[in-house]
Design a protein around this ligand. Structure first.
Ligand code: TYD
Ligand code: MG
Length: 427
């Protein structure tokens, strides 16, 4: 596949405006698909985000803040590819071979056919890849690469674009799967990965909090799979380890029977994730209430507080509120609403929600609790981790096969949830 020339780019070499001969369109029934092969990255978490492994000949962009662990994870999957018999070429324009070796030693033993190159000249890199025909190539990072035909400095918009389109052609022609690293940069002269998203097959972002050890790999675009999936990793002394049971990981060390803390179940792609939602509300000291939201949409929190004020007659407009997803996860699913509302009321009344309870459900403007997708997956995850009770939208309950060991309580509205948990829910 060849990228169309970018609009507004000068000197349209390869322009398709006036084709010399008429083309012959084909019937799709004549196209052979063949068996789709995927190359295992050695990490289940990484495979899932890619849609089941690496597609040969694809171009994959891995973006993220500097220092988050992009080089580390790519070196690790390179080692895994090589250990499983693939030919791998790892090219760094940022680090010397010595630096790469130091990192590689930290991560583990090098096995198989893996070669390293410290180089920034893309013309030469291209020749090397055509000559050596690796199945996997890693380019760390696109911002250091340089095409001789382009006069601009490495990292500039034109240089980064040209390098990426060259790598795209290279991947398609050679069948090599190419991973490129792109640093997310502050506004400035250096071109960031956002600009390249339309040019590549797959865009992954590697995210995390600087002070937390886990990292999330998220697909933002994927021509070969879903974009909802996430992979969870933990940064350790010896590189990244995959976290196969993220719910357990996220709930580790949570306070038991503290007011303002509740457990919610969110879906990340096909996988349920249990998380702790924390809220702290207190009287506003001076006039205008202060509100903050971390990990969850600020406007959503304001909306939910307005619902509490109007539908449950709680004096939210006189309260400061701080809402937080513990552990630094970021979520945007409306199914978190019920947990947010409950955490706020729990803090307001200073009454804990029992530690064995999970909640999920979308809250509407009339205070109704609306159904959410994949309720059964969520309930099963909660049961698996030993939770005894689940509050969920009433409309979800009828179609539910309740797993053993957990009781499901259908809730129609916010007021009902509050009454159930704080006024009569005690046993
Ligand atoms: P790196 O992969 O160099 O980040 P990027 O390529 O995204 O800029 O990772 C850098 C950080 O990871 C650095 O702060 C050190 C840390 N790290 C570990 O904690 N354990 C390890 O085994 C490795 C290799 C790095
Ligand atoms: Mg790096």
């Amino acid at each position: 596949m060849v990228e169309a020339p970018l609009p507004g780019r000068e000197g349209g070499e390869g322009s398709t405006a006036f084709p010399k001969a008429a083309l012959m369109p084909v019937d799709l029934s004549m196209v052979e698909i063949g068996e789709e092969t995927r190359i295992d990255t050695g990490f289940q978490e990484f495979n899932r985000v890619l849609g089941g492994g690496t597609v040969p000949g694809s171009l994959i962009l891995v973006g993220g803040d500097p220092g988050i662990g992009k080089s580390t994870i790519l070196l690790q999957i390179s080692q895994n590819f090589a250990a499983s018999g693939c030919k791998v070429l790892y090219i760094s324009g940022e680090e010397s071979l010595r630096q790469i070796k130091l990192r590689a030693m930290r991560i583990g033993e090098l096995k198989g056919d893996i070669r390293f190159l410290s180089e920034t000249n893309l013309g030469q890199i291209k020749e090397t890849i055509y000559r050596d025909q690796p199945q996997i190539a890693v380019i760390d990072s696109i911002q250091t690469m340089c095409c001789e035909e382009v006069t601009a400095a490495p990292g500039s918009v034109s240089q980064v674009r040209e390098s990426t389109s060259l790598l795209m052609q290279l991947a398609k022609r050679s069948g090599t799967a190419v991973f490129i690293v792109g640093h997310v940069t502050k506004e400035g002269q250096v071109a960031g990965p956002r600009m390249l998203e339309h040019m590549v097959d797959t865009v992954l972002y590697f995210e995390g909090e600087k002070n937390a050890s886990y990292r999330i790999l998220r697909a933002v675009k994927n021509r070969f799979g879903s974009t909802n999936e996430i992979g969870v990793f933990e940064m350790t002394e010896k590189g990244l380890k995959e976290v196969l049971n993220p719910s357990e990981y996220m709930l580790e060390g949570r306070p038991v029977n503290a007011s303002g803390a509740v457990v919610a179940c969110s879906m990340e792609g096909s996988r349920p994730l249990l998380l702790e939602v924390q809220a702290l509300v207190s009287e506003t000291a001076f006039g205008l209430p202060r509100r903050t939201a971390a990990g969850i949409d600020y406007n959503r929190v304001n909306l939910l507080m307005a619902v509490l004020e109007k539908r449950c007659r709680l004096p939210m407009s006189r309260l400061d509120a701080y809402v937080n997803i513990a552990g630094g996860m970021r979520l945007s699913e409306p199914a978190m609403d019920l947990a947010v509302v409950t955490a706020i009321v729990s803090s307001y009344r200073d009454l804990p929600v029992p530690a064995d309870t999970v909640l999920f459900g979308e809250v509407g403007l009339s205070g109704e609790v609306r159904s959410v997708s994949l309720a059964e997956h969520r309930v099963r995850e909660a049961a698996k981790l030993g939770f005894k009770r689940c509050l969920l939208p009433k409309s979800n309950v009828s179609r539910l096969h309740v797993p053993q060991g957990i009781r499901c309580q259908g809730i129609a509205g916010v007021e009902e949830a509050i009454r159930f948990l704080f006024d009569e829910g005690k046993e």
